[in-house]
Design a protein around this ligand. Structure first.
Ligand code: SF4
Length: 360
């Protein structure tokens, strides 16, 4: 019997480019078709990434205190979210936090700092960290995420040994003014282009569940494809109390899977990361999402707590996947179990910037 999504996967494997109508068919598929969509997307995932899961680890170098007004962000200007706020971590703490994630299986460390745009001094500070991490962990990729870059800054990071630069488009160009008034969509595109120009691997993704239409979501995904983003984190809105999007719960677990599948069909051989908010939005469907996405963040997010690292490592192993770069998944994280987040959105109170052990 003809299966539309299986046929779509077959065509993608033959090199076809996903059309807007096909993208819409994925997004508007029914619950009865959900397993067909996942199975078809899983064919693409398996063809390009086998059964590996890339584990990434976030280190929040500087938290809160941002002058920008991104509506989705707990670190924004005027945010009343009760998050941790601190300025730059000491280098030794940043390196120690990263090392914890690496020991737990991370093959990429993401060094993140809040703010619109780094100063040259900030870039020098992060470049020093990058050099130190690369000399201690030469096989681990280091990605920096510092906001909108000025001329010369991407090159400085590249020269220090950085592998990648993250700057998310987040949403479509048409919707951008609804989620931020202090910078523009074009600023974000330009920063991704600057990273590419110096040879940093471009990492750029989405935040979904902010009220975007299907058409706007498709625009954003196709824009990421056009930018040749090599790693696409899909974040599911975490609607922090004290931000303008407080109380915005627009996603269902099944629709989160459709969104991941859309990205997989549009960018079959691109790293696709189920990122912030996966726990509270995919919920019990997280293991199915692993059949579509090939990458995740282990541990905590920038300002909220994620699922326990040991639960993620168990999920990976129990579903027949292996952590990229590791051959003995049973060795990972087994002694590191902690307590579970206290609710659907738990503010981070451990790891970077605290005296508590990180979740890794
Ligand atoms: S997303 Fe970045 S630039 Fe926007 S408010 Fe948050 S930390 Fe600032």
């Amino acid at each position: 019997m003809f299966n539309y999504f299986d046929d779509l996967a077959r065509r993608q494997l033959s090199g076809a480019t996903l059309t807007r109508d096909e993208a819409l068919a994925v997004l508007t598929s029914t619950d009865e078709q959900l397993l067909e969509v996942v199975a078809a997307a899983a064919r693409l995932r398996r063809a390009h990434f086998g059964n590996s899961v890339k584990v990434n680890y976030l280190v929040n170098l500087k938290s809160g205190l941002c002058p920008e007004d991104c509506t989705y962000c707990s670190q924004r200007l005027g945010s009343a979210a009760q998050i941790l706020k601190y300025t730059w971590l000491k280098p030794e703490e940043a390196v120690a936090q990263a090392a914890t994630g690496i020991r737990a299986g991370a093959s990429r460390v993401c060094l993140v700092a809040s703010g619109k745009s780094p100063s040259d001094r900030d870039v020098d500070r992060v470049a020093g960290l990058v050099s130190e991490l690369k000399s201690e962990h030469p096989d681990v990729e280091v990605c920096a995420c510092l906001g909108i870059l000025k001329d010369g800054q991407a090159g400085r990071l590249k020269d220090a040994g950085a592998d990648a630069y993250n700057h998310n488009l987040n949403t479509s160009e048409a919707m951008y003014s609804q989620i931020c008034s202090t910078h523009e969509y074009s600023d974000r595109v330009r920063t991704v282009e600057q990273a590419k120009e110096v040879g940093l691997s471009p990492c750029s993704g989405l935040i979904v569940g902010m009220g975007e239409s299907d058409e706007q979501l498709i625009d954003a995904v196709f824009a990421l494809r056009a930018l040749s983003s090599e790693s696409i984190p899909v974040n599911f809105l975490m609607p922090f109390d004290g931000t303008p999007l407080e109380g915005t719960w627009l996603l269902t677990p099944a629709h989160c899977l459709r969104i991941l599948a859309l990205v997989r069909f549009a960018c079959p051989d691109t790293e696709l990361r189920m990122a912030g908010g996966r726990e509270m939005h995919l919920r019990t469907l997280q293991p199915l999402a692993l059949h579509v996405a090939n990458s995740l963040f282990l541990g905590d997010y920038l300002t909220s707590e994620g699922q326990e690292a040991v639960a993620d490592l168990d999920m990976i192993a129990e579903n027949g996947f292996v952590v990229l770069g590791r051959t003995q998944p049973d060795e990972l994280g087994a002694d590191d179990a902690g307590t579970s987040p206290g609710g659907p959105l738990a503010i981070r109170r451990r790891g970077a910037g605290t005296a508590m052990a990180p979740n890794a």
